[in-house]
Design a protein around this ligand. Structure first.
Ligand SMILES: Nc1ncnc2c1ncn2[C@@H]1O[C@H](COP(=O)(O)OP(=O)(O)OP(=O)(O)O)[C@@H](O)[C@H]1O
Length: 255
């Protein structure tokens, strides 16, 4: 058992009915890492995340969180999760940014109206960490997709997690804001030391920011640092990195 690992996955296979979707996955994420988990539609990414979060029962293999087996793990406030379906509030939803982020403390304080000064300060700090202080009293439904995602990250941050798992957080975020969004994640990772796992299709922006990449398609095809991923021509083109290189060259005058 290694206490330096936030997540340790060993020999995990999973099937829905008799259909195998994960086969013999072994992958560990050190504390302080920033992993991008990539793979095509239906490759098993969400299934793997659900197994890590204890939302699906293990069929074979082992998952440990901070050294503890997932089925015995109890310190769920160490782990934040933001799903791709998070930003689905309509414009009439009657809750402000402050109220939505406060919900991240419900596990601790029971009800919103019982928030004490210390809790309110934590809520304000989480909102500041994601750069949304100017919108603190605005209704969540009136914000853009990218702004809503920031608010959901603040809600996950308010209980001061050590590990944050993000499932396709840039879906619905427009291209110009994606880079800022990644910059914010890098800040959380480097300045706050929060371990990040990010499931994404967005290979281009992702490889500029994460430290490690895992490529999943039922099997784990690759796990290593970003430079090794980029240097592997077969993997890069299979998982879309060539698209990024073309765009990159173009933005430097098409040389
Ligand atoms: N509850 C379920 N019952 C049966 N099959 C499922 C279930 N959930 C997912 N699957 C199937 O398992 C496979 C893996 O799904 P999963 O959601 O893990 O993939 P994914 O990589 O997250 O996909 P996407 O990128 O499209 O979100 C898919 O073929 C999917 O149809």
């Amino acid at each position: 058992m290694n206490q330096e690992e936030a997540i340790s996955i060993k020999g995990v296979s999973f099937q829905y009915g008799n259909r195998a979707v994960l086969e013999d996955i072994s992958l560990s994420i050190p504390k302080g890492g920033f992993l991008g988990l990539v793979g095509p539609n239906g490759s098993g990414k969400s299934t793997l995340i659900k197994l890590v979060l204890g939302l699906l029962p293990l069929q074979s293999g082992e998952v440990r969180l901070f050294g503890e087996q997932v089925n015995k793990f109890r310190k769920w406030d160490k782990i934040g999760f933001v799903s791709q379906k998070a930003n689905s509030f309509n414009s009439g939803f009657p809750a402000t940014v402050f109220e939505v982020v406060s919900m991240g403390l419900y596990g601790k304080v029971g009800l919103f109206r019982f928030l004490n000064r210390n809790h309110k300060q934590k809520v304000r700090e989480a909102i500041e960490q994601v750069g949304m202080t100017d919108y603190i009293h605005q209704n969540i439904g009136e914000l853009s997709g990218g702004q809503q995602q920031r608010v959901f990250i603040a809600r996950a941050l308010v209980s001061e997690p050590e590990l944050l798992i993000l499932d396709e957080p840039t879906v619905g975020v427009d291209v110009t804001n994606v880079r800022q969004f990644y910059d914010m994640l890098v800040h959380l990772n480097q300045e706050r030391g929060i371990t990040l796992v990010m499931v994404t299709h967005d290979i281009g922006a992702m490889t500029d920011h994460v430290t490690d990449v895992a490529c999943l398609n039922k099997h784990l095809h690759f796990h290593g640092n970003t430079a090794d991923f980029a240097a592997n021509q077969d993997l890069s083109s299979m998982y879309g990195h060539d698209v990024h290189l073309l765009t990159h060259n173009h933005s430097h005058g098409g040389h």
